[in-house]
Design a protein around this ligand. Structure first.
Ligand code: GLA
Length: 731
């Protein structure tokens, strides 16, 4: 009876013209299909009026038809249908125990929410399905966009309150992705902490729920908002079915991976539900972050390459033609807070002599910033260090044919600052409670309009008055006491969302006003990297850990989710501050050249030989950077799995192939395992160019793609922390 009522309602809404139709979804259709890249994504309205997943996987022929989905019958009175039916967006009601997409408390105390189909619009790459509560005027527009090139789906939801009264949204996700019932899924994700980010984890998916999250106010490094799930038997990088999901949200977030009572797997992502509430007035609409999902039948390697391509071609600022990363120099590890005009000019001259293209002055140039106890918040030039302002230094940098970048940390304040003395109420706090400091600093409440405006004005002024090409935007602690006492109690938790929205708004406005400005997202390392911030920044700082050996591990984890085009990697001093490990300059360069190259060493300590090596390496990097930053990355040997790591990048036009090989430690006379290249044209001829290290004497000078892929190449590395690099040029 219930189904019948709903079916009649469906017909009735059609007749009333409440739904419109697009190319692929006719008015009478109950099934909607999106195709992109090598992926097909199909959802439908089931007999209960729920929006149900039908298919997500390898692209199917256009002629393939799909029946309307049927709800999964209740397995028992304990496992009711609402829990096992793969609902794309479920309200908390109807006895739902799995992760809901939306949970609301209404002013009258009602907390039941049952969403049913109301209408839809569809076009080739887009689908919007409007769901409505069975009795209350709560509408949810469930939105899909399919990227035509990669088949990556972008999910989001818009929750509209037309009830005439405010509501408290206590949980809201961007949507839920579903994988078919199976026994052998393996979940990949990353864990981390400061100086130890991007640590890859893999575990089988069993019954129950794994929640990856940040409760920290921003993205965090404890987990990153990205997962991959493979369904392969042999765990080869480039084979087997892999699904992935990743959030575009730089606030507290949550991705729940849950195996339900019938072994279906659901992936629900959105703002973190802990301590969450969003007060939505009548007439207002809440827009969730984007939650991206993709599929590859070429293993985790293929899935990464799809993500890289999507990021470069569709997501980054200036996509599909984001600018190649210039080789930069950063003063932080050389000078820490001891910056001044003469010292920075001397470093700039040395940096320019090796081919650096961007000179970045880090922390210490403003307010009373002589260490990390003071100054944050006071964004005026320290005149003891720069008596004539920044102009002489910037002019000098320009005269050396480099552009100029500057470090800022705009969302933070030291209690020892003029700003805090003037506006102690501007920080996150609970009235009358202690304010926990991290690195002697507090977090400004960016959700406040006055704070938002102040931060924008400070940065805008800095950029108006100085010729600055690049900001390294840092964020060096997580939240504590997330209170917002200035607004009514019921609105105070809006801080979780409004802070992040205002952060994005400032980035957007700065970019609009200063179209040539580039920005790096840094958070004491890689604590603010996600597809939300990547839409508004040009590069990210993956970790403060600059040990070139540790970086092999960090960079591997990073590239599962993010493109080397944004992965900044500096060559720094040896022994490193991190592990006191001694590494040759060649090794440090080759490790960093797998990403977007920077130099962070103290050039005052370098010998003439160091300068010569650096000059050569930077020149080489410029000849391969397009391949590294835009090409297809193959992870051939993982640092996690033995004494070697090898990566290979193939340029988009297939003409250049760059391979980096690292030996951690040789033992018992074992030679380096043979390297089998991937992604080459079998029949084409590739000429070998050894940039660094040695290869076996019998290695041909040129050979077919088939040879390099099936016979393979032998590098001759022996000892500890050795590296090699070779290029194959297609003839
Ligand atoms: C953070 C950044 C570093 C450096 C310092 C400056 O730790 O990650 O690169 O900029 O702040 O204080």
């Amino acid at each position: 009876m219930k189904y019948l009522t709903w079916f009649i309602l469906f017909i009735a809404t059609t007749a009333l013209g409440l739904q419109s139709s697009g190319e692929t979804a006719k008015a009478s259709q109950r099934v909607f299909r999106l195709d992109g890249g090598d992926v097909t994504y199909v959802v439908g309205i089931n007999d209960s009026g729920q929006l149900q997943m039908v298919y997500w996987g390898k692209r199917l022929p256009a002629t393939q038809e799909f029946a309307s989905p049927k709800p999964v019958p209740s397995a028992s009175s304990f496992d009711m249908s609402s829990n096992t039916t793969p609902q794309e967006f479920a309200g908390w009601g109807e006895g739902l125990y799995v992760e809901p997409d939306l949970k609301i408390t209404f002013p009258d105390g009602n907390r039941d929410l049952v969403l049913k189909y109301a209408s839809h619009t569809a076009s080739k790459d887009e689908l919007d399905v409007v769901m409505k509560d069975i009795s209350r005027e709560i509408y949810v527009k469930v939105r899909y966009h399919m990227d035509p090139a990669t088949g990556i789906v972008r999910r989001s939801a818009e929750v509209s309150n037309r009830t005439g009264a405010p509501i408290a949204i206590e949980q809201v996700a961007s949507g839920t992705y579903h994988l078919p019932r199976a026994n052998n899924y393996q979940l990949h994700y990353v864990t981390g902490r400061w100086a130890g980010e991007w640590d890859l984890q893999a575990q089988p998916i069993h019954g129950g729920k794994t929640v990856l999250e940040s409760r920290r106010g921003t993205t965090g490094s404890q987990n990153n908002p990205w997962v991959m799930i493979d369904h392969t038997t042999d765990h080869d990088q480039d084979q087997g079915d892999v699904w992935f999901a990743t959030l575009g949200w730089s606030g507290s977030w949550q991705i729940a991976i849950e195996q339900d009572a019938v072994k279906g797997v659901r992936i629900t992502g959105g703002p973190n539900t802990f301590d969450f509430s969003y007060y939505l007035k009548s007439g207002e609409t809440f827009q969730t972050p984007y939650f991206y999902g993709g599929f590859s039948d070429h293993g985790v390697g293929g899935a990464s390459r799809l993500l890289h391509r999507f990021e470069v071609d569709s997501l980054l600022p200036h996509a599909p033609h984001p600018k190649l990363r210039p080789v930069l120099y950063n003063s932080w590890e050389a000078t820490t807070f001891n910056v001044n005009e003469a010292g920075q000019m001397a470093l700039a001259e040395k940096a320019a002599s090796i081919g650096v293209e961007r000179f970045v002055m880090d922390d210490g140039w403003f307010g009373q910033r002589n260490d990390d106890h003071a100054g944050l918040g006071d964004w005026t030039v320290n005149t003891a260090k720069f008596p004539h302002g920044l102009k002489p230094l910037i002019d000098k940098v320009h005269s050396l044919n480099m552009d100029f970048g500057l470090w800022v940390e705009p969302e933070m304040v030291n209690p020892n600052s003029d700003l805090y003395r003037k506006h102690p109420d501007w920080v996150l706090n609970f009235k009358g409670r202690p304010r926990t400091e991290g690195r002697n600093q507090l977090v400004l409440n960016l959700a406040r309009k006055d704070v938002h405006d102040y931060v924008f004005q400070v940065l805008d002024k800095l950029l108006n008055e100085n010729d600055i090409a690049f900001l390294k935007w840092d964020y060096n602690r997580n939240w504590s006491e997330p209170g917002w006492p200035a607004v009514p109690i019921e609105e105070q938790k809006n801080v979780y969302v409004d802070f992040t929205r205002n952060y994005y708004d400032i980035l957007r406005k700065l970019r609009e006003k200063h179209p040539n400005l580039e920005i790096e997202s840094c958070s004491g390392g890689g604590s603010r990297v996600d597809l939300g911030v990547l839409h508004l920044t040009d590069e990210v700082w993956p970790s403060d850990n600059t040990d070139a050996y540790d970086r092999l591990f960090l960079q591997e984890g990073f590239t599962y989710a993010y493109t080397p085009a944004v992965m900044m990697a500096w060559v720094t001093e040896s022994p490193t501050w991190v592990n006191h490990r001694t590494l040759s300059l060649d090794y440090r360069f080759l490790s960093a050249m797998q990403g977007s190259l920077g130099i962070g060493a103290d050039l005052n300590k370098w010998t003439a030989e160091d300068f010569a090596i650096a000059k050569k390496m930077i020149a080489t990097y410029k000849s391969i950077r397009e391949t590294v930053q835009r090409g297809d990355l193959y992870r051939l040997m993982s640092p996690r799995e033995g004494e070697q790591s090898v990566t290979e990048s193939v340029s988009r036009d297939g003409k250049q192939v760059v391979t980096f090989a690292f030996l951690h430690s040789s033992s018992q006379l074992y030679p380096f395992p043979r390297i089998y290249l991937r992604g080459l044209d079998e029949d084409a001829t590739y000429k070998l160019n050894i940039v660094d290290g040695k290869m076996h004497e019998d290695t041909p000078q040129q050979a077919t793609g088939a040879y390099w892929m099936h016979h393979g190449a032998d590098v001759d590395l022996r000892g500890d922390f050795k590296a090699a690099m070779f290029i194959l040029d297609r003839q």
